[in-house]
Design a protein around this ligand. Structure first.
Ligand SMILES: [Zn+2]
Length: 411
């Protein structure tokens, strides 16, 4: 029987008081259990790794002093041996580790010298453990509900299964780079998704995220996802609205929002400084936010939208502009001016929301309640090398200015 695992060998009991060099770094290993080929009455454990393919053989009978299995459900255990005085600190898939230990225990039977199960002869040839990095589920019958996904999974696809909820097992896959959940019926995603440390590609097309409440978009505000996400596909989700967190995905290169019911975009979308491929076709957009002028794209696809400025074309002064700003606005501006890394743990939650909803003038100044609004026509060819359009490349932009001076300067 063979277990693919990570093992750290702790030999510090052999020479107490020695420094930490007696504890080996964790190694990807295989641990085998069986009878010695040259000495069939003797059962042993064989620990092999790529660095040591010959391996170390440990006698089992009267040699295992203890098995520490308190954290077996997390896939961790330690086997303490008498000779040599090693502790094998093992980490493996929890279910596989449990059955491995069970076989070892059964092999002895209680107080009986004869094993309760037949123990095969050990195959001492080293097999490089196969590391599965791609996992694809194509039918509900093959869904790994019990055994879970391999922890080594980097690319996971669960497509067209009509699943109604996000499987929380996915949140344990720390090596996950790409996740494809398209063609399901998922309505909301857990906040922890934003903390997966390596997630760079996320496809959520053809789900039902349009039915999710605003608070279930908090995953997009996770520190890891803001820094790492490169591709995001939210196409065909009946979206009528998008959260302002979207504008904070600093690494995002490809964004697909096609075939939704969007009539506007978050006003900070222009802050996606890495964005190169932007697809917005088949929505209900009548204008784009003014800050799209900051984008530098390779391709933008806006076909299948109406783009008709609602109401007037010109400038509208928000009546509030003449008032004295309130304390919330002053506090928010102070946070931005001093470039504080803000979050609900450092400033009041209400202020975080206020800051997240800030609009920005072309000069870079944040505008809150007190601002000027203006609609101007803009040629999309100025920001993209290739434009896919179904009409005039000049489309209306809804612009925000902090002052009259800025409006004259940018208009
Ligand atoms: Zn300004």
């Amino acid at each position: 029987m063979r277990l693919v695992c990570t093992v750290k060998v702790d030999a510090s009991r052999m020479c107490p008081g020695a420094n930490r060099s007696t504890v080996q770094r964790p190694r990807a290993s295989t641990l085998s259990f069986g009878r010695r080929p040259d000495h069939k009455d003797e059962m042993c454990l064989l620990l092999q790794s790529a660095q040591d393919t010959k391996g170390i053989r440990y006698k089992v009978v009267d040699n295992i002093t203890q098995i520490f299995a308190k954290f077996i459900n997390e896939g961790k255990c330690t086997i303490r041996l008498k000779e040599p005085a090693h502790d094998l600190i093992i980490q493996a898939d929890a279910l596989l580790l449990k059955s491995f230990l069970r076989v070892i225990k059964l092999a002895f039977g209680k107080n009986s010298p004869e094993p309760a199960v037949k123990v095969p002869v050990l195959n001492e040839k080293y097999f490089r453990p196969k590391v599965q990095t791609k996992y694809s589920v194509t039918s509900n019958a093959e869904y790994p509900t019990l055994q879970g996904f391999p922890r080594t999974t980097q690319h996971l696809s669960i497509v067209d299964l009509q699943r109604k909820s996000f499987d929380r097992q996915i949140l344990r896959l720390n090596q996950l780079r790409s996740l494809d959940l398209s063609k399901n019926c998922i309505r909301s995603l857990p906040v922890e998704l934003g903390s997966l440390p390596n997630l760079a590609e996320l496809c959520l097309a053809e789900n039902q995220l349009g039915k999710s409440p605003p608070k279930s978009w908090a995953w997009l505000n996770g520190d890891a996802i803001k820094k790492n996400l490169i591709t995001l596909d939210l196409g065909r989700n009946e979206l009528t609205w998008l959260p302002p967190y979207l504008g904070k995905l600093t690494a995002l290169r490809t964004l697909s929002l096609n075939n939704n019911l969007l009539s506007s975009l978050p006003l900070n979308i222009g802050f996606l400084s890495s964005l190169r491929f932007f697809s917005l076709h088949e929505n209900l957009l009548d204008m784009l936010p003014g800050c799209v002028r900051r984008l530098r794209l390779e391709t933008i696809n806006v076909s299948g939208n109406t783009f008709k400025p609602q109401g007037f074309e010109g400038c509208e002064i928000d009546p509030n502009i003449l008032e004295v700003p309130d304390l919330v606005e002053i506090a928010a501006k102070t946070v931005l001016r001093s470039r504080l890394r803000y979050g609900p743990e450092t400033i009041p939650r209400g202020l975080v929301k206020y800051l997240d909803e800030a609009l920005y003038c072309e000069c870079g100044e944040a505008c809150f309640k007190y601002r000027l609004r203006s609609i101007m026509m803009f040629d999309l060819r100025a920001i993209a090398e290739k434009c896919v359009l179904s009409m005039d490349p000049r489309i209306p932009l809804r612009c925000i200015f902090c002052s009259e001076r800025c409006r004259y300067r940018w208009h």
